[in-house]
Write a protein that binds this ligand. Structure first.
Ligand code: PLP
Length: 374
């Protein structure tokens, strides 16, 4: 059996090696390293894939979030509501810009922002909500968008983990993750569902004026060369990464399908086990399984992980600490406001998930987990 990895980027690369190698070499021959044609072509192809008017590539997913907040003109002290249970980048950029992060609980079943908790957290200073499409499925966007509309709030979708997922509204309308709010942000970090071979990211929006503003901010606030109209940043996707992404984007749906197949296998093995809860699939969203995350309900999550390490099955705890309890973002909180988050921190375990898992590996992973629990 091939050694099991949490993410197997090498095997995926070998399947597309000739095209990717060729594309990367061509960038080097052209010497158009920054803002070359590959970047522009990738931007257009991603706009088409997402069915969105404007994609603005940038250097990474964290920058994308920061740039979104900058472009919306939020000011010091404005409140931004997001989940207590997510990767730190979401909250980091709020702090960096001296805005106030208002962290709220997530839904225990889907791990995503709980609309009721959001509603309760709104104050006259609230300016934006950042729903994080955690682990590969969309948040409850319909209720969240309704809340945002009623209170005149911006919605920034952190789509770093769910590119390619689709959300169906009650009127039957289907939209891609990241394209439903005011602006969507994503990451092309190598292990993301659409990963490049370094850092990369993008923003997308339907709004022409906002897109224009973002294009300036990613490039030192310049709209005309050497005229700086606002304080911007230097955040670019380089041509080599764009060349890689252009070869991978046509495979994204297949990649997501391969992840879903692995998830189906896991579901089948664990769905009736008394000590495990399989990930709940939100009925309005497809799931692209950036992570396959079980909840271990018998209190033995850490022992299970140690057992799996002995068996050479990698497993990760996403995430072990609530953001409100991290040193950098610490805030006093009432224990009753975060019951789901606090329960999840002790129960979640993410299994190997990537596009190259074969049945022999999946069987070994499942057998190992069941051996420990039975
Ligand atoms: C990966 C990730 C980011 C940050 O993306 P980078 O490209 O690594 O900066 C932001 N939010 C979430 C939820 C992520 O998973």
């Amino acid at each position: 059996m091939k050694k099991i990895q949490m993410v197997d980027l090498q095997s995926q690369y070998f399947k597309i090696k000739p095209e990717v190698d060729n594309a990367v070499l061509n960038v080097m021959k052209s010497a158009a390293f920054i803002n070359g044609p590959e970047v522009e072509w990738f931007q257009k192809e991603l706009e088409e894939y997402l069915d969105v008017n404007h994609v603005i590539p940038c250097a990474n997913g964290t920058d994308a979030l920061q740039i979104a907040l900058m472009a919306l003109g939020l000011e010091q002290g404005d409140e931004v509501i997001t989940a207590d249970f997510t990767f730190a980048a979401t909250v980091e950029v709020i702090h960096l810009l001296k805005l106030k992060a208002v962290l709220v609980d997530v839904d225990y079943e889907t791990f995503t922002l709980d609309p009721e908790a959001v509603k309760k957290a709104i104050t006259p200073k609230t300016k934006a909500i950042i729903p994080v499409h955690l682990f590969g499925q969309c948040c409850a966007m319909e209720p969240l968008l309704e809340i945002a509309k009623a209170h005149n709030l911006f919605v920034i979708e952190d789509n770093a983990q769910a590119i390619g997922a689709e959300y169906t509204f009650s009127n039957g309308e289907v939209k891609k993750s990241g394209t439903m709010g005011t602006v969507g942000t994503t990451s092309f970090f190598p292990s993301k569902n659409l990963g490049c071979y370094g850092d990369g990211g993008a923003l997308c929006t339907q709004d022409e004026a906002l897109a224009h503003k973002i294009r300036g901010i990613v490039n030192h606030g310049m709209y005309e060369r050497y005229y700086h109209d606002e304080v911007g940043v230097n955040s670019r996707l380089d041509s080599i990464q764009a060349a890689v992404l252009r070869r991978k984007l046509p495979n994204l749906d297949l990649y997501n399908e391969a992840r879903r197949k692995a998830a189906d296998y896991y579901d089948e093995a664990f769905k009736d086990h008394k000590d495990l809860l399989i990930p709940t699939r939100n009925e309005n969203s497809t799931h692209v399984f950036h992570q396959y995350t079980l909840r271990v309900t018998n209190g033995k999550r850490n022992e299970l992980r140690e057992f799996l390490t002995e068996k050479e099955v990698p497993a990760m705890i996403y995430y072990p600490v609530a953001l409100r309890k991290q040193k950098a973002y610490f805030q006093e909180s009432s224990e009753t406001d975060f019951v789901h988050t606090d329960r999840l921190l002790n129960e979640v375990i993410s299994l190997p998930m990537h596009t190259e898992l074969d049945e022999e590996q999946l069987k070994y992973i499942c057998d190992s987990i069941l051996e420990f629990l039975n």
